[in-house]
Write a protein that binds this ligand. Structure first.
Ligand SMILES: [Zn+2]
Length: 89
């Protein structure tokens, strides 16, 4: 009787252990691939920002991404006016 209980307890424990290991590895993969930009859309042309955008600039500790160098340059010329528009509504 006691032996049976011990056996099933070990079985449950080892199942939980392997489930935890699987969860940990999938979480690790997610955090490695996500890139977070402060803006969801390109302020200048309105295009949705993609994670692989390389035209980025730092402003007040945040990273903003743009579809092209010309969009980035326009933002950098007057960043406050674009940011005020974003938070205004
Ligand atoms: Zn753009």
């Amino acid at each position: 009787m006691n032996r049976n209980i011990l056996f099933s307890a070990v079985l449950v424990f080892s199942t939980l252990l392997s489930a935890c290991k699987q969860g940990a590895t999938s979480n690790q993969n997610q955090s490695q691939t996500t890139t977070v930009f402060a803006n969801e859309t390109d302020f200048i042309c309105g295009m949705k920002v993609q994670a692989d955008y390389t035209d980025t600039c730092q402003y007040k500790g945040k990273t903003y991404a743009f579809c092209s160098e010309s969009c980035k340059a326009e933002f950098q010329a007057a960043p406050e006016s674009f940011l005020n528009k974003e938070t205004g509504h």
